[in-house]
Ligand binder design. Structure first.
Ligand code: NDP
Length: 242
């Protein structure tokens, strides 16, 4: 059996950390977790689960190409990519400045392009690849106060379908996974009264857990998922059904 090498962006906490653990423990892949800046959390994560961590900004094209070349040199060609890193800079359009817009588009959407550029040629050469892009329920339905985030996440869904068409004949599948509200640091930042209203709209009546997303990602990254491409898997407690 081929030993697959996976890179998970934003893999040191929240949903990304759960994905790293699933790919390592359930699928037996070699996993490398990227992170953006929180060295302490990255080290604690790495110590806890024995997964190497690499710091770079997914929004910085040159930094991504350099880091990914080093990772491939050390661990072998990366044939599994999970574009999970994401940020929020919320505010209504009246309060959102250009920087808030650009930061979110650069990291959340630009990061997917930068990472895919780094791994796609190697996947094509190897005749096999798995790319999973983490979208969002708010990219599917929009969200008040998030024109930047909703645009970036919606863009991810289009990016996925276009790249899936390019990858299919080379054995590369490209899928999106759109989580609903999951109990991570990102959601902890949502004010309590707003969160209560959100949970009231989730049919199962609770937030999701990071590992519930990770299980879906592991399925899409598995050997057996070769016929699934260009799709969006929604895992959201029934909040979004269209
Ligand atoms: P967290 O905020 O808990 O973690 C984000 C991760 O992304 C961290 O590891 C962080 O690194 C990393 N990161 C942030 N910016 C960069 C960057 N520029 N370069 C590299 N890494 C970066 O997020 P979640 O786990 O909640 O979310 C993970 C993904 O799921 C995101 O794409 C998010 O948009 C999406 N999502 C989340 C939902 C939720 O309810 N939580 C719902 C729908 C989608 P560091 O620790 O160094 O800051």
């Amino acid at each position: 059996m081929t030993k697959h090498v996976a890179v998970v962006t934003g893999g040191t906490r929240g949903i990304g950390a759960a994905i790293c653990k699933r790919l390592k423990n359930e699928l037996g892949y070699t996993v490398i977790a990227n992170f953006g800046g929180d060295e302490q959390k990255a080290k604690a994560f790495s110590d806890e689960c024995g997964i190497p961590v690499v710091k770079f900004d997914v929004g910085d094209y040159d930094a991504v190409q350099d880091a990914m070349a080093k990772i491939a040199g050390e661990y072998g060609p990366v044939d599994v990519l999970v574009n999970n890193a994401g940020i929020t800079r919320d505010g209504t359009i009246m309060k959102m400045d250009r920087e808030m817009w650009e930061d979110v588009i650069r990291v959340n959407l630009g990061g997917c392009f930068n990472m895919a550029k780094a791994v796609f040629p190697g996947m094509k050469e190897g005749g096999w690849g798995r790319i999973v892009n983490i979208g969002s329920i708010n990219g599917q339905g929009g969200q008040y106060g998030q024109v930047n985030y909703a645009a970036a996440k919606s863009g991810i869904h289009g990016f996925t379908k276009a790249l899936a068409q390019e990858g299919a004949r080379f054995g590369i599948t490209v899928n999106a996974l759109a989580p609903g509200y999951i109990d991570t640091d990102m959601v902890a930042a949502v004010p309590e009264p707003v969160l209560e209203k959100i949970v009231a709209k989730i049919p199962v009546g609770r937030l999701g857990h990071a590992d519930e997303i990770a299980r879906g990602v592991a399925f899409l990254c598995g050997e057996e998922a070769g016929f699934v491409t260009g799709s969006t898997m929604s895992i959201n407690g029934g909040q979004h059904m269209y």
